[in-house]
Design a protein around this ligand. Structure first.
Ligand code: ADP
Length: 212
């Protein structure tokens, strides 16, 4: 059975968050409940999802029978992640550009002491600042980065498929791989432990094609 992108997205949401109501799934996908109704009906009729009144949808434990899909869903972010390249918020735009060249990456993660995630900076963020004619030797990346809580993240136990869906849906090139830490004051933070980029996924695609 071939699932559509949206049906796969629903399945992933229910797998990681179920039991979950149709309303909540719709909210996660920024769609209306009515739009999802046919997809939920197909997933329920095919036996992939089960629905219980007043509880919601939960995963039946069955998976799409497609062998490639099965394999892809079994690979975790932790299996293919790379080393994160990080800078501090005070790092200048100039030094960030140099770091991108030296480390050969297109996305830098901005962290504070302890490797705690503060933001993310992409090639276009840096290019944009050069258009403004500002002194890039003095301007800190903290001024131009995308800041928490607006940074999309993944974690080592998430499936590569679900992380790839985030990259495509939100049109970004990389996700920081994080681990949740609780600070002494009780607040939750993310420690950056890796990097998942479109390159990791393309490499995996090539390896799968080679039958590795
Ligand atoms: P590029 O600038 O090379 O097109 P992206 O598409 O990744 O790279 O970045 C586009 C915008 O999205 C930038 O403003 C960047 O700060 C932001 N961005 C990049 N990665 C993330 C992420 N993981 N979460 C949230 N925003 C991101």
């Amino acid at each position: 059975m071939e699932l559509t992108g949206r049906q796969n997205a629903i399945l992933e949401i229910v797998k990681s968050m179920g039991p979950i109501t149709g309303e909540q799934i719709a909210e996660k996908l920024s769609l209306t409940r009515a739009t999802l109704r046919p997809d939920l009906a197909i997933l329920t009729m095919s036996g992939l999802l089960e629905a219980r009144p007043r509880v919601g949808y939960y995963h039946s434990g069955k998976y799409p029978h497609h062998i490639v899909a099965k394999k892809i869903h079994s690979i975790l972010v932790g299996d293919i992640k790379s080393v994160p390249i990080v800078v501090s918020e005070q790092c200048s735009v100039y030094d960030a550009v140099v770091t991108m060249f030296i480390e050969d990456v297109g996305t830098l993660f901005v962290v504070r002491e302890g490797g705690l995630l503060e933001g993310v900076i992409s090639r276009k963020d840096l290019l944009k600042t050069t258009l403004g004619g500002q002194d890039i030797q003095k301007l800190p990346v903290g001024v131009v980065m995308t800041r928490m809580p607006n940074v999309l993240v993944t974690h080592a136990e998430e499936s590569v498929w679900s992380a790839a869906l985030k990259l495509i849906t939100h049109e970004v090139d990389a996700l920081p791989v994080v681990r949740k830490v609780v600070l002494p004051d009780g607040s939750d933070k993310y420690e950056v432990v890796g990097r998942l980029s479109k390159t990791n996924i393309t490499r995996l695609f090539v390896e799968l094609g080679e039958g590795d």
